[in-house]
Design a protein around this ligand. Sequence first.
Ligand code: IMP
Ligand code: MG
Length: 177
Amino acid sequence: MKILLTEKELDDGVAAMAQQIAHAYGDKPLTVIAIMTGSLILLADLIRYLEMPLRVGLIQASSYRGGTTSGQLTINETMQLDIKDRDVLIIDDIFDTGKTLREVMLRMAELKPKSLRSAVLLNKQGKQEVSMQPDFVAFNIPDEFVVGYGLDYQDHYRNLPYLACLEPQDLQSPFPL
Ligand code: IMP
Ligand code: MG
């Protein structure tokens, strides 16, 4: 595996994105809705850089079914919060084709928030299949399959503190776990 972003680089990028978010919202209360499970680490790190009154809700959107290509998207809202008339920021790990975030934004818009924006850790360049863009992006990365800092391959590697590119032999080798 090749390291793409070190722990320090990730921290700096998340801190810089938090500054942009703080600038956009000021002291206004914010409802953060994180898309599980990939944004778990980003959520924990990002919200500790934000000082406005803040609520956290979780939703689960699964499109990747144990591989590196996308499938049908399902959204689980059992840990969602009431977002009507709230300023809402959706958080996800990576903007790849963009279909996941677009679907989630459309669904959340139905719940009539006062405002709705999105923040992602990673924007994979040259992959977008939708016209929308995330409002906040910590890093633009090349088109490679990445793991770590919450991102997985077949539910593994989320615990790596850095971001790494999976190489072809990593995709083939069976897990020792
Ligand atoms: P999209 O709908 O194609 O934008 O895909 C978004 C979701 O796919 C992300 O939330 C990730 O769960 C997953 N995904 C896309 N690219 C990668 C990657 O390089 N590594 C791990 N997961 C990825
Ligand atoms: Mg995911």
